[in-house]
Design a protein around this ligand. Structure first.
Ligand SMILES: [Zn+2]
Length: 460
């Protein structure tokens, strides 16, 4: 089906364009609450037609009529990745829906496992609007501003699903928006920086890792023409020093966008530096031991998508992020829930003695120092194996072309060791090992510690 010639789709998109993008600026808290309650009722009714939810709700004796609004959401059970996987493919969309009109997207394999769900074109457009809304906060016009988007366009990733399979063939994106340069984060950073340098964008959006590489290449004299007004980062937690390094190199300002494959964009940083949840698109809960945390306290994020015609996402517990909510108002004009801090993926964490948990954000900090302190990207890849609570093995792949350049591999090893030792504490043995490569489907962080037996006392 060509969506451009489908009048229903076009009118939906236009309606969405006018209302969705600006909604959080235009409505007050009370209107937002009513809107969200209504959306939840609709999405629960929809989920009731989808076998994976229908069976679960029925078994627990819950009917959509029991759900009047978000205050009732805890009456609904949580849903796990395994349950959705178990019902895949036919049980995760309403029976009778033609899969031809849906697009399958998979989460990428940072944890070594991929997980497919279905989205529809409207989901995709709405995800894009979430992004447009974000950049609009910074005065960037998506139809006029020259932008470079460095996405993950490897086959089967979410972005391939969203952009290349979803939007591009139907909406002829590149012709419609010739102010946007699309680049693939799997390409060589040197190639990427040359292309950005020729394009001279006012805005760059990309992953933390790639942007760190680009900043380093800039420091080494490449990409002299790259002076964007803003850079938006996504995909990983950005630590303060790395942020500062990238900002300095490109003489720019960074803001963060937080999202997940299963849901699209989740939150964005406003000009005051607060993370605003896209509360009209989704609802977040923050739980510790199954109970809501208080303001500023870290908890596991549970997400409910308030729209969509593909696979519903209701009280989904497997984006596995740890984040702390903020129950105070922001001084800006956006009505929405707030996040104080995003700590990163829980599964990508290490359990330390005394119930301390070293999260992805802490680990990123250690690797970030290689970039901005040693100013090298000879660290090509890494893998962390936690054998037990007192032994962490850090495996590294060294870029052969850069091996003999300064700083030495020894220096790099000692900074890594020091970094891990500082975070983990004296009682933990840190060993470093050079390996040839990390396989594409291998998990980057493996912890053999049994989490179920550990009482968490602190996130680092
Ligand atoms: Zn704000």
């Amino acid at each position: 089906m060509n969506y451009l010639f489908n009048p229903i789709f076009i009118s939906k998109v236009l309606k969405s364009y006018f209302f969705d993008i600006d909604r959080l600026w235009k409505i007050n808290e009370e209107q937002l609450r009513k809107y969200r309650d209504k959306r939840l009722r609709q999405i629960v009714r929809y989920a009731y037609t989808v076998p994976v939810y229908h069976d679960k709700y029925k078994e627990m004796g819950i009917h959509p009529a029991d759900i009047h609004g978000l205050d009732d959401i805890t009456k609904l059970p949580e849903i796990s990745k395994e349950e959705i996987k178990h019902y895949y493919p036919n049980g995760i969309i309403p029976s009778g829906v033609d899969k031809k009109n849906l697009i399958e997207v998979s989460t990428s394999g940072t944890t070594g496992k991929s997980f497919p769900i279905f989205v529809d074109m409207y989901d995709i457009v709405r995800g894009l609007f979430g992004y447009i809304r974000t950049i609009k906060e910074y005065g960037i016009n998506w139809r006029k501003t020259k932008m470079t988007i460095i996405g993950d366009f490897a086959p089967h990733t979410a972005e391939s699903g969203y952009i290349t399979q979803g939007l591009s063939p139907h909406l002829k994106l590149d012709r419609l928006m010739n102010n946007i340069q699309w680049l693939d984060t799997n390409d060589d950073p040197k190639k990427i920086i040359r292309e950005i340098n020729d394009f001279k964008p006012e805005f760059i959006g990309g992953y933390v890792g790639m942007l760190g590489h680009l900043a380093l290449l800039q420091e080494k004299g490449l990409g002299k023409n790259i002076r964007p007004r803003y850079i938006a980062t996504t995909g990983a937690v950005l630590d303060k020093s790395l942020k500062h390094f990238i900002e300095e190199q490109f003489e720019t300002q960074i803001f963060e966008v937080y999202g997940a494959t299963e849901t699209g964009p989740i939150a964005f940083e406003c000009k005051q530096g607060h993370y605003h949840i896209m509360s009209d698109f989704l609802h977040l809960e923050f739980l510790k031991d199954g109970k809501p945390v208080s303001s500023s306290e870290p908890g596991l994020v549970l997400v409910t998508k308030l729209f969509g015609n593909g696979t519903p996402i209701i009280r989904y517990n497997a984006i596995n992020d740890i984040a702390a909510p903020l129950y105070e108002p922001c001084s800006c004009e956006i009505s929405s829930g707030l996040i104080k801090k995003i700590y990163g993926r829980n599964v990508l964490s290490l359990i330390l003695p005394g119930g301390r948990v070293l999260l992805a954000s802490g680990i990123t900090e250690i690797f970030g120092r290689i970039l901005y302190e040693l100013k090298t990207n000879k660290l090509k890849d890494t893998r962390i194996i936690q054998h037990d609570m007192t032994h962490i093995e850090v495996q590294v792949v060294i870029d052969e072309q850069l091996r003999d350049q300064e700083p030495s591999v020894d220096k790099l090893f000692s900074l890594l060791k020091q970094g891990f030792q500082e975070k983990a504490g004296r009682g933990v043995e840190i060993s470093l090992k050079e390996i040839k490569k990390v396989g594409k489907n291998e998990a980057r962080i493996v912890s053999k510690v049994d989490r179920s037996k550990v009482e968490i006392t602190q996130y680092i």
